[in-house]
Design a protein around this ligand. Structure first.
Ligand code: NAD
Length: 337
């Protein structure tokens, strides 16, 4: 099957070509993201393959549909970048990669926590400048701290497991309780209560209308002063301006982010020669207690191999008209008027 693969970098090509070594599918790699302007590139491709920051709004979907595309193969788990209602109306099939390496994201989450706590990002620069002073580097023992895991699915549960190994007390919030987390001793609380008792808060729920800005001024106000907040899930979970206010008032003592609500204009590109236009992002970069990575939590060899492998299975199933375990159930997920 001919597949137009959008938002590709050399590393995507490497893993997708390896997975397709028998040449079963014909891949055309586009560096550009998929959006309403670039959707005509997919004309007469029965399938497109897209990533987290491709924008499949109504206009994009309509152009794809007019160009005879039938399958949208997400090479990620989240599907917040697709208008599911329009996709259902236009009869698209949507597949995704529900889990490629939850370990990669959970491990990166812990990496952000440890780096922020022990100021490793600052130590790196200090030592290279010959500054071996310890002032400003004081950290805390993770042991006996209370960690709140918001969203206790695959990644949240693995993060809880790693935090448990540090000797943290675990509290959680989710719409479903995960028995694996309960077995670790996690106490499920209301969102407000979980936020109010935690020294460390880590976000692992999907971005949905109900979780958009789940961390806003009100949520920040009920946190402990100096709390550590980590987001490796989706940028839209945090109201950026609210968290900037929280950092300025020192209510938020540490912020680790792998995702950012306006990341579409920034992440995955080398913009080092370009003047920063995003004032909120620019402000975040001025705080010594903020550590940002550019949506790289998933980026391990194992995850990239699994993403390509599962996407190929999804393409094969669609082409053979077989039921596919990784199809999104649009009857359930779309808002049906
Ligand atoms: P998952 O589906 O296994 O778990 C999500 C959990 O969130 C579930 O337990 C679900 O019940 C819970 N949830 C749903 N609605 C909720 C709500 N309103 N409040 C609280 N909890 C709610 O997903 P996962 O594999 O653990 O992934 C979690 C998120 O991580 C994904 O949605 C994705 O956005 C993000 N992610 C980020 C990266 C990265 O590179 N940074 C990579 C993969 C996934």
């Amino acid at each position: 099957m001919r597949v137009a693969i959008f938002s590709t970098k050399p590393y995507d090509r490497q893993f997708f070509e390896a997975a397709n070594c028998d040449g079963k599918h014909e891949f055309v790699f586009f560096e550009t993201p998929l959006n309403r302007e670039t959707a005509p590139l997919a004309r007469e491709f029965p399938a497109v393959c897209v990533f987290v920051n491709d924008n499949l709004n109504a206009a994009t979907l309509l152009t794809l549909s007019e160009g005879d595309t039938r399958l949208i193969a997400l090479r990620c788990a989240g599907y917040n970048n697709i208008d599911l209602t329009i996709a259902r109306e236009l009869g698209f099939t949507i597949t995704r990669v529900p889990a490629y390496s939850p370990y990669a994201v959970a491990e990166h989450t812990i990496g952000l926590m440890l780096a922020l706590n022990r100021r490793i990002h600052r130590a790196y620069n200090r030592v290279r400048n010959g500054n071996f002073a310890l002032s400003g580097m004081l950290g805390f023992d993770m042991r006996d701290r209370t960690a709140a895991v918001i969203g206790t699915g695959k990644i949240g549960a693995l993060t809880a497991n790693l935090l448990n190994a540090f000797g943290c007390h675990l509290v959680g919030y989710d719409v479903y309780e995960n028995p694996d987390c309960i077995a670790l001793g996690m106490e499920y609380l209301s969102l407000e209560k979980a936020l109010s008792v935690a020294d460390i808060i880590t976000l692992h729920c999907p971005l949905l209308p109900s979780t958009h800005h789940i961390i806003d001024d009100r949520a920040i106000a009920c946190m402990k002063k100096g709390v550590m907040l980590i987001n490796t899930s989706r940028g839209g979970l945090i109201d950026t301006q609210a968290v900037i206010r929280g950092l300025k008032s020192e209510q938020v003592g540490y912020l680790g982010m792998d995702v950012y609500e306006k990341e579409q204009k920034l992440f995955f590109e080398d913009l080092s020669d370009v003047v920063m236009q995003d004032d909120d992002f620019g402000r975040l970069l001025t705080f010594p207690n903020v550590l940002i990575t550019g949506h790289q939590a998933f980026f391990t060899r194992e995850a990239m191999t699994e993403i390509a492998h599962t996407t190929l299975i999804n393409l094969n199933d669609f082409e053979a008209n077989r039921p596919c375990a990784n199809n999104l159930d649009l009857e359930k997920l779309a808002v049906i008027p």
